[in-house]
Design a protein around this ligand. Structure first.
Ligand code: NOJ
Length: 764
């Protein structure tokens, strides 16, 4: 009987014998349709499908193309970015399907990074929730709104690992850790795309920026990346792979060069790694004008050369360089690019359009009735509020300064107190392009609404973000809308001090304006701008309890602020529901549960600083001079990766391993008891790290390999069990082979990367 079943299974699995399933007939139907269409296409029309221009609703790059409508009519455009709303996309789609020879619909892409109209916390903030379900939900809401607004395709998730807080785009990723980053990348792809290709409430995802855009030399945007193979393969590339394995439909090249070769013309990266090794089936779009940029990079002599190199390397859709429509047909005629390669790329783009159902109905996503009901709904806002409150990280809380009581007078002071625009952060899609920030809840309004009638809220702005004229000009040119108060700095501070004196407690709302992070927004100083530091000092001197909310798009160096605050929260830019989410946490309706996905240094000189560093041959011991250390500052960060307090107080005890020795086929069980010894209920994120004690190459002192969320009532204890499998112990050995080497390991479990219990085991 067994043999018969086995034989039957073998027959079914062999597609040659299998009866056609719905899927195979669908694919056959699609192939037939696309073959037929492609047989009619000229070389120019094919190159057109590989061309993307920006419409003029938003500006997300350095150049715009005036005559893109004429390009559409001429069949020279396959996709547009920066066009949305059902009305506008319908109008443009109509041009494509009514005025062009072959009536091929356009694909509309847009940067829907952390929400579309309902804005969620910046991605680094979302990552601080360590909550995969909620991160997926956030992407699904973003997809719902974007798809109702005519958009087919988001340029997200951005998954670039970054260990350099000077880099402004650290706000757009999931932080410093490859393991956590990979889980988040997959959750975001699932949220954007769902599992039914072509569903009208989802959008195609685009994993970016391939690759290693987050590690520019000196943290300056667009700078080169110079990295060892081992670091590349171990600490950076797996996140992109995780997004691709989760089904990301497209990928975007990065601006930077990698060890000398720009990503957009990087044959090894795109053809060998992405296509051959990772079996990526979607299409690759370049970043904005990245083909053209091969010229200033100094690897292409002109735009034709740049087109040739990019296409050969595997860059398939040209975003805004205008190189493919101009040169691809000619390069094919000259025999420099094969017709077959061109067809393969065109087919991938047409397949994406086909799967979205655009050939059946090009206006599927341009439905005004649906759009009217889809945006900023109470349901969407409720998800945004929950994600936002889960993203806040309680950095310190002395003497139970938080939660606040629902009575008495609270003074809210700082440039973020009564601010809406900055709450939604950078890369905020229609949040900024359509002024949806006007619907954001301010800190003051949140405190009033959530606090209730017994709470009196006073307010003073106290300071501008900064007074530097040059900085103000640049920020405003990029849409920051920062104004300057007529009063002098001194007058504003005095008013803030007077206000603080009238209150029982002060909530300081300070930090970066939204334009201090994001693209082209690197900083060498990662401080709260100086005028706000002065403001904090003056308020602190009143002797009132100070709760400081730090708004930022990156880790900041916060020693001074920590010293002048009783409690301090990293709130990032929490989005549309900012004020409500912050108030939920301050009043204790939600006990803070966020954990840092990235290290907060003491000062800029420590950068790059990350928890999974190597031990060195001379690790710090606190005694010997000839050790790896600074003369002027400790090696340790101010707040470590994984740090985040709660109103509960979680104690770890009784760490147990299922065995002191495991075989490669066995899984190690690691259990620990967590007790909430605090005064409040709360959720803890217990973290598991491993370390290989002796290996053929040097290994990090800790690597995250698991986490679990556990809700504990005041006084409650729970046992939490993790599993460590062979895969968790693997790394690239001396010969760049992915192996686990037998020998001694340590396993750590705790509340943050620098506060753990440890035990040892041996891999046989
Ligand atoms: C440039 C950015 O690097 C990229 O992330 C974005 O998707 C494109 N511009 C399009 O706006």
């Amino acid at each position: 009987m067994r043999i018969v079943v086995g034989l039957f299974a073998a027959l079914v699995m062999n597609t040659a014998f299998a009866a056609p399933t719905a899927k195979t007939t669908d694919t056959a139907k699609m192939n037939k349709f696309i073959n037929n269409l492609m047989s009619k296409m000229t070389l120019e029309e094919k190159a057109g499908q590989l061309t993307q221009y920006s419409a003029d609703m938003s500006k997300t790059g350095n150049t715009v193309r005036e005559n893109y409508r004429e390009d559409i009519i001429a069949g020279r455009v396959g996709s547009l970015l920066n066009a949305f709303t059902p009305k506008f996309t319908r109008e443009l789609q109509q041009v494509a399907v009514e005025k062009t020879r072959l009536k091929i619909p356009l694909l509309f892409g847009y940067d829907v990074i952390h929400g579309h109209r309902t804005i969620f916390p910046i991605p680094l903030g979302e990552a601080a929730s360590w909550d995969m379900k909620r991160i997926e939900d956030a992407a699904a809401v973003a997809a719902k709104e974007a798809s109702a607004d005519g958009i087919h395709w988001t340029f997200a998730p951005m998954v670039d690992i970054s260990r350099d807080p000077r880099w402004g785009r650290i706000m757009e990723g999931a932080g410093e850790d490859v393991w956590l980053g990979s889980k988040i990348a997959a959750a975001r792809v699932r949220g954007f795309q769902g599992d039914k290709p072509g569903a009208t409430d989802r959008v195609l995802a685009c994993v970016k920026h391939f690759a290693v855009y987050g590690a520019p030399v000196a943290g300056r945007d667009y700078n080169p990346v110079d990295m060892s193979d081992r670091e590349l393969w171990e600490s950076y590339l797996p996140v992109y792979k995780a997004a691709i394995d989760a089904g990301a439909a497209t990928a975007m090249t990065s601006f930077n060069d990698i060890n000398g070769v720009p990503a957009t013309a990087n044959d090894w990266l795109l053809n060998d790694v992405l296509r051959k090794q990772w079996k990526f089936k979607g299409f690759v779009v370049t970043d904005y004008t990245a083909i053209y940029e091969l010229i200033p990079h100094g690897v292409a002599k002109d735009l034709k050369d740049a087109a040739l190199q990019s296409f050969r390397a595997g860059s398939e859709m040209d975003m805004m360089s205008g190189a493919y429509p101009k040169y691809l047909p000619q390069l094919v005629k000259e025999g420099k690019i094969s017709k077959a390669q061109l067809d393969t790329s065109v087919r991938r783009v047409l397949e994406a359009k086909y799967k979205l159902g655009l050939f059946d109905d090009p206006y599927r996503f341009s439905d005004e009735k649906r759009a009217e009901k889809a945006m900023l709904t109470p349901e969407n806002r409720a998800v945004a509020r929950d994600v936002a409150r889960r993203s806040l990280v309680l950095l310190k809380n002395d003497n139970g300064a938080l939660p606040l009581k629902r009575e008495g007078t609270i003074a809210v002071i700082g440039p973020m107190a009564d601010n809406q625009r900055d709450l939604i952060g950078a890369w905020s899609a229609a949040g900024s392009a359509m002024d949806e920030w006007k619907k954001a809840i301010t800190v003051i309004d949140g405190l009033k609404q959530v606090g209730g009638s017994k709470v009196k809220v006073l307010h003073a702005k106290g300071s501008e973000f900064f007074y530097d004229e040059a900085m103000l000009k640049v920020q405003n040119e990029h849409g920051a809308n920062l104004t300057k108060d007529k009063r002098s700095r001194e007058e504003m501070i005095n008013e803030a001090v007077r206000t603080a004196k009238k209150a029982d407690v002060v909530v300081m709302a300070i930090g970066e304006s939204h334009g201090l992070s994001g693209e082209a927004a690197s900083r060498t100083s990662i401080r709260v701008p100086e005028p706000q530091q002065e403001l904090l000092k003056a308020v602190r001197a009143t002797g009132k309890p100070v709760i400081t909310l730090i708004f930022s798009g990156r880790p900041l160096a916060l020693e001074a602020e920590a010293a002048q605050s009783d409690a301090m929260l990293a709130v990032w830019f929490p989005g549309t529901e900012s004020g409500n989410a912050i108030a939920d946490v301050l009043f204790g309706d939600h006990s803070p549960s966020g954990k840092l996905p990235v290290t907060f240094p003491r000062n800029e000189g420590q950068i790059p600083i990350y928890y999974s560093h190597k031990n060195t041959g001379r690790p710090y011991d606190g005694k010997d001079k000839y050790r790896s250390q600074y003369l002027d500052v400790a090696n340790t960060p101010l707040y470590a990766f994984g740090h985040g307090l709660s109103y509960g107080k979680f104690d770890y005890s009784d760490l147990k391993l299922s065995s002191a020795k495991i075989k490669p086929t066995q899984k190690l069980k690691v259990s620990v008891t967590i007790t909430n010894n605090g005064e409040h209920d709360g959720e803890e994120t217990a973290q598991l790290y491993v370390r290989d004690m002796v290996a053929s190459v040097t290994r990090p002192v800790k690597q995250l390999r698991g986490f679990q969320k556990v809700f504990l009532k005041k006084g409650e204890s729970k046992q939490v069990t993790f599993e460590v499998a062979l895969e968790d112990l693997k790394f690239y050995d001396k010969n760049m082979k992915w192996v686990a080497e037998p020998g001694d390991f340590k396993v750590f479990v705790g509340t943050s990367s620098d506060n753990v219990k440890e035990a040892g085991f041996t891999l046989l």
